[in-house]
Write a protein that binds this ligand. Structure first.
Ligand code: ADP
Length: 605
């Protein structure tokens, strides 16, 4: 099928197939459209604006146009491509900034300025650039979709596997020797099972609305480690998992996404941005290319692809950008990589669906969103997963796509349809909270409203790789934080001093976890990333502190004296203790803390 899915941009189409009937914003009605199919790409007017057929009724077609339609008038021509909306895949994707239909945005100035001209058809990856190819297949090899033919160092950190397209099966009759090749040149010849020969280049195509095939999808078992304590320890996302993060303005959505992009242990990052306000996306486009990969010190763009929709782009392109992004992610997953895709914000995409649906005069569902909102969102998130990728041998080749979708509920109201429908699909919910942000508690993820359905699945990994204590510590900390929330209600009425000492100590224990574990400073050179082992040790010391002061209080030690303990200060500094030397530091701190509290109770604690 890849043969028939050339990107529309690359083909010159001369056959006029229909006529523009009327134009309503991004929606164009075509008449006399014979021989076209649903989701075929068409070119509208003499400017050849890219559009997709989203409704067919006899020879009348409804077309969603991915470029501004100002000046497009009835009576103009519509050209057929007979191809679905597809992306081009091959070396050269990494580091690019694309618009929704995979047109490269050459530099930030053009993005923030006038943007790409209409009807501009550019190749997504450079066809004349030379890539250093090393063959991995040999003549005589029996190959099928996903098998590695060779590899190309795409950037200093990404080795790009040149894969057999999913629909190809046969025997290698020729493979290019190691050397430099362009995407136009053949790198292999394959005798297909039907006896014909096919030449393969380093590029292939794939229709964006169809998920790329895999052998098997597994229940995720490993966490996507982010180095962010509240995420890893309290609300973990799995490799191949799905998470939603609602992002009201100023709640720390951008910083959280940057932290994830920088620190999560995925090799490839795909960032799909749909901005509403003019400067929202501009900021991302300016900031992302400047981010450094903390592990290599190199630009993060060396393993990132950005897909951008600024506010001056037509809304219909948002939908295309989401599909483009996930297809690019699948392509790198197929190479055996862990890919993290961030979609920011899916609400903008849902709003685009609402607008298009309104123009189609469809029966509106909740709050005007179309009835298919839920299924579209589900189709998208379902393309996440931990899979055995396609290839011919029996050995398992793992790849994963983790999807983190930001949601922007108007007024922070999580009962609105996009948030609700997203929550039905995703397994992790990180609830950003404007009150916490106002109090400068960062990351401002509300620990009482957030959840992760991967918790149980992550226990074996944490037990094996980090510590068997993880689930117990996490559970205890959570109980204490819930207790704090209950007590807070009383405190607000009568003040903390009216509480019995035991409960005042509960508050002190919860405070330590809240201030020193849940809070994490993205801008501090050490605190920005907290290794899993350090997370467990910190929580262990904090809970031991809590147990010991509770013991002291039960023996009559006053809360005042407990609050004057010297160890409170070094406990507060654990987060910024060296990530290399924390084990010895913490062991010492733990011992000193125990001694100090013991002294408080006359040695009997
Ligand atoms: P949003 O994208 O939701 O509008 P930002 O991500 O830009 O919000 O965050 C707003 C501000 O909050 C940041 O400029 C920063 O000062 C602060 N902030 C957010 N997250 C953190 C964090 N993890 N550590 C420190 N400061 C943070």
């Amino acid at each position: 099928m890849t043969e028939s899915s050339a990107t529309p941009e690359l083909r010159t189409i001369d056959t006029e197939a229909g006529t523009i009937g009327n134009v309503a914003g991004p929606v164009v009605k075509g008449i006399n459209m014979r021989g076209c199919r649903m989701y075929d790409v068409v070119q509208v007017s003499d400017e050849r604006l890219i559009g997709e057929i989203i409704e067919l009724d006899g020879d009348k077609a409804t077309i969603q146009v991915y470029e501004e339609t100002d000046g497009v008038t009835p009576g103009g021509p519509i050209y057929l491509t007979n191809l679905p909306l597809s992306v081009e895949l091959g070396p050269g994707l990494i580091g690019k900034i694309y618009d929704g239909i995979q047109r490269p945005l050459p530099n930030i100035k053009e993005v923030t300025g006038d943007f790409i001209g209409r009807g501009v058809h550019v190749s997504p990856i450079e066809h004349d650039a030379k890539w250093k190819f090393t063959p991995l297949a040999m003549v005589g090899d029996k190959i099928s979709g996903g098998d590695f033919l060779g590899e190309v160092p795409e950037t200093t950190v990404v080795m790009h596997k040149i894969m057999t397209p999913p629909d190809v099966e046969g025997e290698v009759t020729w493979i290019a020797p190691a050397g430099e090749y362009t995407l136009e040149e053949s790198i292999a010849k394959v005798k297909l099972v039907d006896g014909t020969e096919r030449e393969l280049t380093m590029a292939q195509k794939w229709p964006v609305r169809r998920g790329r095939p895999f052998k098997k999808k597994f229940d995720p078992e490993k966490p996507l480690i982010t180095g962010q304590r509240i995420l890893d320890t309290f609300f973990p996302i799995a490799k191949g998992g799905t998470a939603a993060i609602p992002g009201g303005f100023g709640t720390g959505k951008t910083i959280t996404q940057h932290q994830l992009a920088k620190w999560c242990d995925a090799e490839i990052i795909v960032y799909v941005g749909c901005g509403e306000r003019g400067n929202e996306m501009t900021e991302v486009l300016q900031e992302f290319p400047e981010l450094l990969d903390p592990r290599t010190g190199q630009p993060l763009m060396n393993r990132t692809i950005l897909i951008a929709n600024t506010s001056n782009m037509p809304v219909a392109a948002r939908e295309a950008s989401v599909y483009t992004g996930i297809t690019l992610a699948e392509y790198y997953r197929d190479m055996g990589y862990n890919v993290a895709l961030m979609a920011d914000s899916t609400s903008r995409w849902a709003e685009a669906m609402r607008e298009i649906s309104g123009r189609l005069e469809e029966m509106p569902g909740e709050e005007g969103y179309p009835a298919y909102l839920a299924s579209r969102l589900a189709d998208f998130y379902e393309r996440a997963g931990f899979v055995d990728t396609i290839h011919s041998d029996d050995e398992q080749r793992d790849g994963s796509i983790s999807v983190i979708g930001a949601v922007s509920p108007p007024g922070g109201d999580f009962s609105e349809p996009v948030t609700q429908n997203t929550l039905r699909i995703v397994k992790v919910f990180w609830a950003l909270d404007a009150d916490l942000a106002d109090r400068r508690h960062f990351p401002s993820i509300n620990w009482l409203r957030s959840y992760s359905l991967y918790l149980d699945q992550m226990v074996p990994w944490w037990s094996q790789e980090v510590s068997g204590e993880w689930p117990k510590l996490r559970e205890r900390a959570m109980v204490l934080l819930q207790k704090e929330a209950e007590l807070q209600e009383i405190v607000q009425l009568v003040g903390p001093d009216a509480l019995p000492p035991k409960e005042q100590v509960d508050l002190e224990g919860a405070r330590v976890i809240r201030e020193n574990f849940l809070q994490q400073n993205a801008f501090h050179k050490v605190d920005t990333y907290c290794p899993p082992k350090k997370q467990v040790m910190m929580l262990n010391i904090m809970l031991d502190y809590y147990d010991m002061i509770q013991g002291a209080a039960s023996k009559g030690v006053s809360v005042e004296r407990i609050k004057s303990l010297k160890c409170r200060e070094p406990i507060g500094r654990m987060a910024t203790a060296s990530n290399e030397k924390f084990q010895s530091l913490f062991t010492k701190l733990h011992k000193e803390m125990r001694e100090e509290v013991r002294d408080l109770t006359g040695g009997g604690a």
